[in-house]
Ligand binder design. Structure first.
Ligand code: FE2
Length: 275
């Protein structure tokens, strides 16, 4: 089943797309068009849905927030078949020029991720009417960037926000880096947060602050048990119990879980104490 919805954020267009072989898509992604710029391209298995909403003739450039398959999945296709150049952080370019080995669940939920040569971006991107400042925001992934339109008060935040009380991390996410990047974002002036999955058009700073508080609370709980001399196993037992989304954990074969958030906090605390 396909999800395809045109979101009108005039003058911005949002293309919400998703796909599942059986039943309703578990998650959808939003690609944003501003003037002739497309931010993110959605997953490969939702290509038909994207092309049903997007007129590629109106796009002269694609900018990616990060390399993940649900954001960069149609970049190679749009570049090859519609001759649209793709841009992103230098790290995104580095990652996408080689094949990214997707886990079976990633392929199942989002489809393939083709290699592509993308152009590394400088500090800003201009369209006919707007100017976006790029801010490097690692944590969710090392290459993650957000696009800030200061005059309009827009922030295109990829996967930086997602939700105030997120319940899971991928295995390679860093909780401390995520908090640092979220704090970097809260220092910016904007009133509309164009998240790649969950836009926040009202009080976005408050929503981001709630996420920072939530993540700091997890680190605080881990720190408390760690200083009491509890083992990793005991910390995990105490903090993960009752909080895990087993469906997500099973489908992702353990790659996406609440446990990963706690493990990331343990890793950061140990790194800090050994420094
Ligand atoms: Fe992501």
């Amino acid at each position: 089943m396909e999800t395809k919805l045109l979101l009108d954020f005039s003058p911005i267009k949002g293309y919400r797309i998703g796909y599942a072989p059986v039943g309703k898509p578990y998650m959808s992604v939003i690609c944003y068009q501003i003037d002739e710029l497309l931010i993110d391209t959605g997953p490969a298995n939702s290509r038909r849905a994207l092309m049903g909403l997007l007129d590629p003739k109106t796009i002269s450039r694609i900018c990616l927030t990060h390399y993940h398959e649900d954001h960069a999945g149609n970049a190679a296709y749009l570049s090859k078949h519609h001759n649209i150049p793709v841009y992103g952080h230098a790290l995104t370019a580095e990652i996408l020029k080689k094949p990214v080995k997707l886990k079976p669940y990633e392929k199942y939920i989002w489809g393939n991720l083709e290699t592509i040569d993308i152009h590394p971006l400088g500090d800003s991107v201009k369209t006919e009417n707007y100017r976006f400042t790029l801010i490097h925001t690692p944590g969710h992934s090392d290459d993650h960037i957000v696009y800030w339109e200061k005059n309009q008060g827009w922030l295109f935040s990829g996967d930086m926000y997602l939700g105030s009380r997120i319940k899971y991390f991928r295995a390679d996410e860093s909780i401390s880096q995520t908090i640092d990047s979220l704090k970097k974002i809260t220092s910016l002036q904007f009133d509309k947060l164009f998240c790649g999955h969950n836009p926040k058009l009202e009080q976005p700073h408050e929503a981001i602050q709630r996420k920072i508080d939530h993540l700091e609370n997890i680190i605080g709980n881990v720190q408390y048990l760690y200083t009491q001399g509890k083992s990793h196993k005991e910390i995990l037992q105490e903090l993960v119990r009752g909080r895990e989304s087993w469906l997500v954990k099973i489908v992702s074969m353990g790659d996406v879980s609440y446990k990963n958030m706690v493990l990331s906090a343990i890793k950061d605390i140990e790194q800090k104490s050994s420094a």
